[in-house]
Design a protein around this ligand. Sequence first.
Ligand SMILES: [Zn+2]
Length: 343
Amino acid sequence: MNDQKQLANFVQHMPKVELHLHIEGTLEPEMLLTFAQRNDIALPYKDIESTRAAYQFNDLQSFLDVYYLGTLVLREERDFYELAQAYLQRCKRLGIMHTEIFFDPQTHLSHGVALEVVIGGIHSALKEAECEWGISSAMILCFERDRDAESTVSLLHEALRIGDIVGIGLDSAELGNPPRKFQEVFQRAKTLGLHRVAHAGEEGPPEYIWEALDVLDVERIDHGVRCLEDPRLVQRLLRERIPLTVCPFSNVELKVFPNLKSHNMGNLLDAGLQVTINSDDPAYFGGYLNENIISTVNCLERDFNDVVLLQKNAIEASFCSRDEKIGMLARLERYIASFKFVI
Ligand SMILES: [Zn+2]
C-alpha cells in the first residue's frame, strides 16, 4: 500500500475534532432546493445543475453573495434541525468526535426568523447526535462584521436567555471591517464568562489579528494564515499559544492562496504554531474535514506525525473541559496504537 493511501485510511477513521464550521455553510445544493420548495422561496436557479454552477465564485465577497442567498431558504425550526442533523450524520461517518459549530443569527433575524427557531433547531440536532452517537458539540454565536455592531449586545443577551451557546465569534467580510468595531460585545461576553474567537488575517492584514487579540481578547484566531507576514505577531501567538483554525480548501477557493500546493500550512506547522485543520463552509468549498486534512497533508508532503499533531492541537484548542480533553487524547492514542501500518 502506498503512503498516501495509507495516510488517507489513517485519517478516515481517526477520532477528530472540528473547530471552524459554519452550519449555514453545510447547505448542500440538494438541500437548498428542497428547503426552497418546501418554504415556497423563489431562487434564481432552475435545477440542481444550475444550483451547483452557482456554488462557484472568485473571492470572499462573491462567495458571501451565494452563501447569503442560500440562507434565505432556512425559515423553520425543522430546516435548522435537518441542516445540523445532516452535518452530524457526516460527522459520524467522518469520525468527528467533537465539533464546535458557528451560526449567524443576524442573517436569519434579518429574514424574519426568530432566534428561538435558529438555536432550537440546531440544538435539537446536536443533543440527538450526542445521545445517539456520542458526538459532543458546542454552539458559537457569530456576529457578522459587515453589519452594524449596535444591536449585538442585546442579541447576545437574548441568545443567553434561550441558552446553549458557549461563546461568540466574528465572521463575514473582513476587509474594511476591523475587529475593534465589536469591542463592546466581546467585552460583555468576557464578563459573562463566554469563550471568544474571531476570523482575522484571512483576507485582512496581520493588524486585524493583533486587534482581535488586544481589543477583543479572543482565545482562538479563525484562519490567521497571514500572521506569517509579521514575525512579532508569530512570537506573540507562540508565547501565548493561541490556536489558529485554518481551513485550507476555503483559503484556496477564496483565492487567499492560488492552490493547495502554495498554502502556508507547512510553514505554520514548522513555526511551531498551534495550527488545526477545519472545513469552514464545506458544501461550498469542495470538501469536509477528512478531505481537507488528507489533501493538504499529501499536497504539502507532510506525514503521519503532522496529522497526529494537528489533531492533538485541535483537542487542546477546543472549549472542552480538561477531563474531556484527556478522554479525547486517550481515544486518539488508542486509535494510533491500533492502526495497522503496512510497510
Ligand atoms: Zn469561517
